[in-house]
Design a protein around this ligand. Structure first.
Ligand SMILES: Cc1cc2nc3c(=O)[nH]c(=O)nc-3n(C[C@H](O)[C@H](O)[C@H](O)COP(=O)(O)OP(=O)(O)OC[C@H]3O[C@@H](n4cnc5c(N)ncnc54)[C@H](O)[C@@H]3O)c2cc1C
Length: 377
């Protein structure tokens, strides 16, 4: 593939079809709100960048996927991650039965079915293998009981994929299975959680004797853990994309120009330091992306990207709030003199969970300490 031509084609497609009023939203858009965009991507054959062509995907290699995502980021396309496309689809392609592939993949790709990811529980986050939501076989159904938490957009989802405990006596990781559940099943209750910025993306999902057909299990019973883990590979570089900090940095620059902040040597020094960090990260990111381009596997050192970029992101948004003065701590859009807009508080709030999702930064540091620096555990 001619990478430059592909980049240009993606850019032009977004420019032509992605609604202007959805660009650079102050908060990420939901899948339900952007169904028409998902349909358009699907019609173009771009619904599932990472899936193989034989399943209707684009068949992009990891490096090409980065180009695709890069163009989305540059154009301000900020939509909640589609767990069906990024997580469930690849898992079904690899481990699902032919029947499961046929019944689920087409509707995931067209955006007709929205999926939620039901992994985390009140006592199982970083240590996910502690999960306790149980599934017990009763005739030809599993009966599910328990609770999931931090389930993004569960209130909009048609279906949920769950990690459930199917053997209480086995070693923690060896008693877990992977189950597909219809959100309309009797016994499911969804409670939305409102976060500090007033948004309710997260939910708690309760399961009270929910009956799930036995053939909704993916793979063999008690093999769910290794299946779910095997898919985390290329996600680790996407979470470390420098774009995460570049956009708020450009907002900080706009604000600084508007308020004449570059005349202040303290501001200029802080801004320059952070800008150089982001530029360094960009260089490191390109190096890791090159590993993928050569078709090689990423090593554990890729964890440094996620730590570095999310912490830079938070430093930038700290500065946005600080230098926006009285506009920094209220829920309002600041209109700058060049006509551009900025919502400092929203940027601040968006940056906070970035050090938690996708494996917390402390856990990433543990990986670096053990697997790269070979420090004792
Ligand atoms: C924006 C966002 C979206 C999410 N969406 C979903 C979703 O759709 N579905 C889903 O299932 N989950 C989702 N999550 C949950 C996410 O996966 C968990 O928050 C994450 O795994 C951390 O778990 P926890 O919140 O229970 O924190 P804990 O694991 O309890 O961690 C608490 C603190 O202790 C630290 N810590 C934990 N273990 C160690 C250790 N061994 N060494 C050092 N420090 C440690 C952590 O770094 C953290 O600072 C989402 C989270 C966020 C922020």
């Amino acid at each position: 593939m001619d990478e430059q031509a592909f980049r240009l084609e993606v850019r032009q497609f977004i420019h032509k079809h992605f609604p202007e009023e959805w660009r650079f939203p102050s908060y990420r858009l939901s899948l339900r709100k952007t169904e028409s965009w998902q349909r358009m991507l699907h019609e173009k054959g771009w619904g599932a960048p990472s899936w193989p062509r034989e399943y209707g995907g684009m068949g992009l290699n990891p490096y090409e996927q980065i180009i695709f995502q890069d163009e989305m980021d540059k154009a301000g396309v900020n939509i909640a991650p589609n767990a069906g496309i990024t997580m469930l689809g690849p898992l079904l392609i690899r481990y699902g039965s032919e029947e499961q592939k046929k019944s689920y993949l087409p509707d995931i790709m067209s955006g007709k079915t929205i999926w939620a990811q039901g992994y985390s529980e009140p006592g199982a986050g970083s240590d996910l293998a502690n999960l306790r939501t149980s599934a017990v076989l009763d005739g030809d159904h599993f009966v599910v009981n328990g609770q999931k938490i931090w389930t993004s957009f569960a209130h909009e989802a048609d279906m949920i994929f769950l990690l459930v405990r199917t053997d209480k006596d086995a070693k923690k990781q060896e008693g877990i299975s992977f189950l597909l559940v219809d959100m309309k099943s009797p016994g499911i209750t969804v409670k939305r959680i409102t976060n500090i910025s007033g948004h309710s993306e997260f939910c708690e999902v309760f399961f009270d004797n929910v009956r799930v057909p036995q053939d909704s299990m993916v793979g063999a019973i008690n093999k769910g853990w290794s299946m779910a883990k095997s898919l985390l590979g290329s996600e680790r570089i996407t979470l470390g994309s420098p774009k995460i900090a570049k956009y708020p940095l450009s907002l900080l620059k706009n604000l600084a120009e508007d308020k004449g902040l570059f005349a202040d040597p303290v501001f200029t020094s802080r801004y320059t330091e952070i800008k150089m960090d982001v530029d360094d990260l960009n260089a490191a990111f390109v190096r890791f992306a090159d590993v993928l381009r050569r078709g090689e596997e990423l090593g554990p050192e890729v964890s440094l990207l996620k730590i570095w970029i999310t912490e830079a992101f938070q430093r930038v948004t700290d500065m946005l709030v600080e230098y926006a003065g009285e506009h920094g701590c209220v829920d309002e859009m600041l209109v700058l003199s060049q006509g551009s807009t900025l919502h400092p508080a929203n940027q601040y709030f968006i940056s906070r969970p970035s050090t938690i999702y996708g494996g917390t930064n402390e856990v990433q540091r543990n990986i670096l300490a053990k697997a790269v620096l070979q420090l004792p555990g």
